[in-house]
Design a protein around this ligand. Structure first.
Ligand SMILES: Nc1ncnc2c1ncn2[C@@H]1O[C@H](COP(=O)(O)OP(=O)(O)OP(=O)(O)O)[C@@H](O)[C@H]1O
Ligand SMILES: [Mg+2]
Length: 394
């Protein structure tokens, strides 16, 4: 499935009154870039700004006006990125005022909505908050899949939107029935059939994705632990039969929603009593194990971190395989809690010019408190940027 050789990389960023970054510019190279400096200097704020252009919002899940530097009226960020083989940068600008609407632009021309910006610049981010993918509930793992899949499949995103809307409408129908209303048989049928159809497609994509992810994660674990720890990832669907096909590698296959349709038809009274839809892909999960034991309950902190980190690196590889282009990899505070062996393996697998196991080039931006996270010979070809007091230097 390899058609193109391409990476996307950040060339420069410029911030004004963005968090603690009063007026700051930085230039990055393809390959590995280490943003280093003491605590509270602005390293994560720089990554937050870059990731803003990929997701249209802060990864910290805060309101936009919290990104405005204390005492300022607006925050401004601008990102220039380039695709390999192209001569020109694409420049994205964001202006977030304390009051009023945010303004986005591409190459100087205003974008009318965040949705127009999404997909232009692609990045995969690891932050310590992502440990919730292992330690949190099923919603965290579904969100991981939804974000990853939406970036590589427009069809997945369309199915997810339709499904989410049908689910909200069906829940309203259930509440109406619970309040003594009597929705028509036709209404029940329309929602059950729609949810079954899109739910089956969603599950088909997720199942295909999880099996690709599982092989990437296994490879990272084999390297990090010398084969001592064997991870398992399995997509578990409460509503769909085991025979759901892998749609990720074969989107043309029809997905069979029969099992979900039956659940949604046969259990209406229970759903009315519960006041909500009890079956469907909004209940599914990814079961994560290490040496066969549930990772959520039994994994150590270092193991949890290793698991999430390898899932993220796998996410970038899959985006490359399916979408043809390597997203920029942003790793915030990735090395704390990892022992020497794991660190070394991750560094080796990221080393030099950042190429992956297949020799594909990538751009990786890592934050760290010390510059010597990448020691000795491995530091060749690595760009170091010192972050201090909201500014970036050499
Ligand atoms: N809106 C804001 N205005 C001004 N300063 C802010 C704003 N939001 C956050 N800060 C400050 O920015 C500083 C840098 O935060 P950041 O998270 O980037 O640090 P860091 O370099 O990643 O540190 P660490 O190594 O501890 O992770 C913090 O001191 C924080 O209080
Ligand atoms: Mg930080």
């Amino acid at each position: 499935m390899r058609f193109l050789k391409a990476i996307m990389y950040v060339r420069t960023v410029h911030y004004r009154d963005w968090r603690n970054l009063a007026e700051t510019s930085a230039a990055f190279s393809p390959g590995i870039n280490v943003l280093w400096g003491m605590n509270a200097q602005g390293k994560s704020n720089i990554l937050e700004g870059i990731y803003f252009f990929a997701r249209g919002r802060s990864f910290r899940g805060v309101r936009e006006r919290e990104l405005v530097r204390f005492g300022a009226d607006f925050a401004r960020a601008s990102l220039a990125f380039r695709r390999e083989g192209f001569e020109e940068d694409t420049v994205l600008d964001a202006v977030l005022p304390l009051a009023g609407k945010k303004r986005l632009a591409k190459n100087g021309a205003p974008l009318s909505a965040t949705a127009e910006m999404l997909g232009l610049f692609r990045a995969v981010l690891f932050t310590p908050a992502n440990l919730a993918v292992v330690t949190g509930g099923p919603a965290e793992r579904r969100l991981f899949l939804d974000i990853a899949l939406s970036q590589i499949s427009g069809d997945y995103l369309a199915c997810l939107r339709r499904y989410t809307r049908l689910l909200a409408e069906r829940n309203a129908l259930i509440r109406r029935a619970a309040d003594g209303g009597s929705p028509s048989q036709e209404e029940w049928t329309v929602y059950a059939e729609g949810m079954a159809e899109y739910g089956a497609r969603i599950a088909g994509y997720r199942r295909g994705y999880v099996s690709l992810l599982a092989s990437a994660v296994s490879r990272y674990f084999a390297g990090m632990t010398g084969g001592r720890e064997v991870p398992g990832l399995e997509y578990r669907s409460h509503a769909l039969s085991d025979g759901v096909p892998d749609l990720l590698t074969d989107p043309a296959r029809p997905a069979d929603g029969g099992a979900l349709l039956e659940k949604l038809t046969a259990n209406r009274e229970r759903e009315i009593a519960a006041g909500t839809t009890l079956w469907g892909t909004h209940k599914d999960d990814v079961i994560l194990t290490l040496n066969g034991a549930d990772a959520r309950a039994f994994a150590s902190q270092g193991q949890q971190r290793s698991l999430v980190l390898s899932m993220k690196l796998g996410e970038a590889e899959i985006a490359r395989q399916i979408g043809g282009e390597y997203p920029v990899i942003l790793l915030d505070d990735v090395f704390s809690e990892l022992d020497e062996e794991r660190r070394r393996y991750i560094l080796d697998s990221l080393s030099g010019d950042g190429r992956d196991a297949d020799g594909e080039p990538r751009q990786i931006l890592i934050t760290s408190c010390e510059p010597d996270v990448i020691p000795g010979a491995r530091a060749e070809n690595v760009a170091f940027l010192r972050v201090s007091g909201g500014g970036v230097g050499e």
